[in-house]
Design a protein around this ligand. Structure first.
Ligand SMILES: *Cc1c(COP(=O)(O)O)cnc(C)c1O
Length: 354
């Protein structure tokens, strides 16, 4: 993959550790953390995030099997759970790379070769992958029958834990507890994500799967005190030019300069992850001063109005920073920070500090 030079995404490892500590305060005594590093650690870079967390966590989770292989190739030692449905063509890779498969349907027992480790996934209400709760007893028997495979865990996923006080979380939890009772005590058992861990007092079994909280965001509207975004994103002024009053900017010619001043051109557009619908809705920051992004965001460029302030070409411009985060962008777009973070072009270099 090429590396672009139009911007830098910076990831602060010390904040990652701090978020880890903050979330650890919500854990029951026997609970270990499975760090969720799918989608390249939500855009932060899975290898570096996993390296920083490897000494501290009980396990990792990825979605695609290739993501798991990448971690193994970079010497990540902890168990790695692969969420995705096993693919027959790749099924030998679990054992070769010591990855844990997810079995969520009866046919999967046939697709993975002997010697493969796996966790069972039950659908207690997410309505996505997983066995139905009513199948628990039969699946427990199947686990016994298929003794050449190694069942090391059992899990489920909350649908509504991103906000506190959901009765549906309690229902799912109760179902999972019942399912769990059909399986050996020594299995890893996990249902809670960041929301389930931070917002609910219910039993965590012996593991929680934490994603968004590690990256410094709460999963919904309710904040989790002490978390700080670990990612910042900056670019530079590609060009600065004088603009006349009422001169229009960008496609549609919709934005008009309110007066004579300077226009800054940023080499960042929607293909970089600066979503087009953010047009006119977000600030950017230069030397501590905020400016408005104006005119339609284009594929590779966006514009900012500098008024009377002139800056040299190459001056640093902050896009995501502590006072304007992926949460703020998500609010403007009626989406969630997960989507903002995972939309940042992976070809923009990630830089790790601390
Ligand atoms: C993404 C994911 C998580 C992590 O959720 P967060 O809200 O980011 O903590 C946990 N479990 C499963 C199955 C997931 O897909």
């Amino acid at each position: 993959m090429i590396q672009k030079s139009n911007a830098v995404v910076q990831v602060d490892r010390s904040l990652l550790q701090k978020n880890f500590q903050t979330l650890s305060q919500f854990l029951d005594n026997q609970t270990r953390i499975m760090a969720v590093v799918k989608a390249d650690a939500y855009g932060h870079g899975a290898v570096e995030v996993a390296k920083a967390l490897d000494p501290h966590v009980g396990a990792f989770a990825v979605n695609a099997i290739q993501e798991g292989i990448e971690l193994r190739e970079h010497d990540i030692t902890k168990p790695i759970l692969v969420f995705e449905v096993p693919q027959q063509a790749l099924a030998t890779q679990y054992r070769i790379h010591n990855l844990t498969a997810t079995i969520s349907s009866r046919e999967h027992f046939e697709w993975v070769p002997n010697g493969t480790s796996y966790h069972l996934n039950f659908d207690t209400g997410m309505g996505r992958l997983g066995f139905q709760p009513i199948e628990a007893e039969e699946i427990a028997a199947l686990v016994e029958d298929r003794g050449e495979l190694f069942c090391t865990g059992i899990y489920s996923h909350f649908a509504t834990a991103h906000e506190p006080g959901s009765a549906f979380v309690a229902e799912q939890h109760k179902l999972f507890k019942e399912i769990r009772s059909h399986f050996p005590e020594n299995l890893a058992a996990h249902i809670a994500n960041t929301g389930g861990t931070a917002f609910y007092d219910t039993n965590q079994f012996n593991m929680v799967r934490l994603g968004i909280g590690l990256y410094g965001y709460a999963p919904g509207e309710v904040a989790i005190e002490g978390l700080e975004p670990i990612l910042s994103w900056r670019t530079h002024l590609a060009q600065v030019k004088a603009i006349q009053k009422e001169q229009t900017v960008s496609y549609g010619a919709e934005w008009e300069a309110p007066g004579e001043g300077y226009l800054g051109i940023l080499p960042i557009g929607y293909s970089d992850g600066l979503k087009r619908n953010l047009t006119g809705k977000i600030p950017v920051r230069i030397n501590g001063k905020e400016y408005e992004a104006v005119g339609t965001i284009t594929m590779n460029y966006s514009m900012i109005y500098l008024g009377e302030d002139y800056y040299e070409t190459g001056t640093e411009v902050e896009l995501l920073y502590p006072e304007s985060t992926a949460y703020d962008w998500a609010q403007k777009l009626k989406t969630i920070p997960y989507e903002i973070l995972t939309s940042i072009d992976p070809r923009i270099p990630r830089k790790y500090v601390n």
